[in-house]
Design a protein around this ligand. Structure first.
Ligand code: B16
Ligand code: MG
Length: 213
């Protein structure tokens, strides 16, 4: 029986990928590296530091930077990213998500968040959703990012649930792979998973019930 639904944030609840892309692109071009939207696709679900390393590797310059340089660059990107998020509001919630969250709560099913974003609580607050989420897994507490299953395991633990009683929702390949790695049932938005949907507007308990045969 489904007792908990675990959401990814970026690409499922709201589209912050476009802001990550803007901030990374600006930082990369400052360093003489060009990234495009295809490259950005591969950064979805990847932690801030690992994203930075991938960009520097892409420009063949990773070995030029010390640990301290990397920390400073990641911080610069985050400050720029946070400025882009300043106007984020309720209207930026992706289609159907608010109704789906209300339906889940009405049915006494718990809601968890498995995002590797350290900005997740601030983003949920701006969207007016923070009080509707029962547990936000803290990415600082898990050793490995997606596609390792750690953040999903931590979200289920925080909800007090067995993995087998949960379903996770993701938009990134790395996130679906993370769920598969811990045998969590998966819903993919625009990505193959146990159940693939093309849009968040298709999410409902009825649609997910298909998984619960
Ligand atoms: P932050 P998710 C991920 O969020 C993003 O997809 C990824 O692009 C980003 O680098 C990562 O969060 C870290 O975010 O810099 O805010 O800590 O998809 O796991 O919700
Ligand atoms: Mg995502």
């Amino acid at each position: 029986m489904i007792k908990g639904i675990i959401f990814d944030l970026d690409g499922v609840i709201t589209d912050t990928a476009k802001f990550h892309y803007k901030a990374w692109k600006r930082l990369a071009s400052r360093l003489g590296i060009d990234i495009d939207e295809d490259f950005n696709e591969g950064l979805k679900g990847v932690s801030r530091m690992d994203s930075l390393k991938r960009i520097l590797e892409h420009g063949n310059v990773l070995d030029k930077y010390s640990r301290e340089d990397l920390e400073a660059l990641a911080e610069d990107k985050n400050e720029d990213y946070k400025k882009l998020l300043e106007d984020l509001k309720k209207e930026d919630i992706l289609d159907g998500i608010e109704d789906f969250i209300n339906e889940i709560r009405y049915n006494n099913i718990k809601i968890g968040l498995a995002s590797v974003s350290k900005n997740a609580p601030m983003i949920l607050d701006k969207l007016g959703l923070i009080d509707k989420i029962d547990f936000i897994a803290d990415p600082a507490k898990v050793e490995k990012g997606k596609p390792a299953p750690d953040i999903f395991i931590e979200a289920a633990r925080g909800l007090g649930l067995d993995i087998k009683d949960t379903i996770g929702i993701e938009d990134a390949r790395s996130g679906v792979d993370a769920m598969k790695a811990c045998n969590m049932r998966s819903v993919g938005i625009g990505v193959d998973a146990d159940l693939r949907l093309e849009s968040t507007s298709q999410l409902s308990l009825d649609t997910l019930g298909i998984l619960d045969k």
